[in-house]
Write a protein that binds this ligand. Structure first.
Ligand code: GLN
Length: 304
């Protein structure tokens, strides 16, 4: 498959949507990003012929995509014990919904909504001697690049953290957070603030695409079966209340973030990352969704 050609065609196809949607503006650091940018990068499994188009080398805030890295670390340390503290069912609600968490007594539906990620942040703080350092070392080793936190993004999230603080309080009330709420929120926002470009992100997702190979990065080890299960959770929960639409339109496990990024994998074939800051009403990148829909349509390759 000539992915470079495919990406060029996709870019043409997605271009009419440039200007549609609105970038995240709940913090100045995200509101100030030029919204009319688009980049995409594919990293094939077992082949170094990386294909890229547009602003694939421009770093952006990965935001919720980071939850996949958090899950990989948590599963490697906790194994199935993790599921005593959260579920693995799609939520059908927005990523920062409080309602469901209240009536389900502080047990988040899945690791990819904010409530689940706050519990994962709590697990990592309990387990790691230096969570801030060990988390970024892991993402650096997965991406093969010296990626870093954007402390300004993390600080500005912390200043606007009313809803996430409410979620953390509810979790703490139900005994599902063991550390101080402020430490958990601080570490969660740092994890969300990691800046990466499409090629770094696609590279970091390659081990999920290369799902038959045991996973070992910076001391984080997963079995083939655990990698398969992370992909399953991406498939069912990676896009909040748009997971069904993403599955229908694209047909790949993936994860989105409010920075406008989406990372996805076609197990056994490639990993892909796309970025464009303008979001739809569900918080997913408009051009990113279109590009991935065109990708699996053009190549006639998906998990289905
Ligand atoms: N940091 C963001 C938040 O917690 C991440 C949300 C997202 O990317 N969906 O609200």
């Amino acid at each position: 498959m000539d992915y470079q050609k495919v990406l060029e065609k996709i870019y043409e196809g997605a271009l009419p949507l440039m200007g549609v949607g609105k970038q995240a503006d709940y913090i100045p650091a995200l509101a100030e990003v030029n919204p009319d940018q688009f980049g995409i990068c594919i990293v094939p499994v077992g082949d170094d012929a990386v294909a890229q188009v547009g602003e694939a080398q421009t770093r952006f805030s990965v935001q919720s995509i980071t939850k996949v890295f958090m899950l990989a670390m948590c599963l490697s340390m906790e194994g199935d014990n993790l599921w005593t503290r959260m579920g693995k069912e799609p939520s059908g609600t927005s990523f920062n919904s409080l309602v469901q968490l209240e009536y389900e007594h502080g047990k988040p539906r899945n690791p990819f909504i904010n409530a689940g990620a706050l519990v994962m942040a709590d697990v990592l703080i309990s387990r790691l001697s230096n969570p801030e350092k060990e988390f970024i070392s892991f993402v650096r080793e997965m991406s093969g690049s010296f990626v870093d936190y954007d402390h300004e993004v993390a600080r500005s999230e912390e200043r606007q953290a009313y809803l996430n603080t409410a979620i953390a309080n509810l979790l703490k009330h139900h005994g599902n957070i063991r550390n101080h709420i402020s430490d958990v929120l601080h570490f969660y926002f740092l994890c969300c603030s990691v800046e990466m470009n499409c090629c770094e992100l696609a590279q970091a997702f390659r081990p999920f695409a290369d799902h038959r190979r045991p996973f070992s990065f910076a001391g984080v080890e997963l079995t083939v079966s655990q990698v398969k299960r992370i992909n399953a959770i991406m498939q069912t929960c990676g896009f909040y209340d748009e997971a069904g639409d993403f599955s229908y339109l694209v047909g790949l496990p993936g994860k989105s973030g409010v920075g406008g990024g989406i990372a996805a994998v076609n197990p056994g074939t490639y990993s892909v990352a796309v970025w464009s800051p303008r979001l739809n009403a569900k918080g997913n990148s408009v051009m990113g969704l279109k590009a991935l829909e065109l990708l699996t349509t053009e190549t006639a390759e998906s998990i289905f």
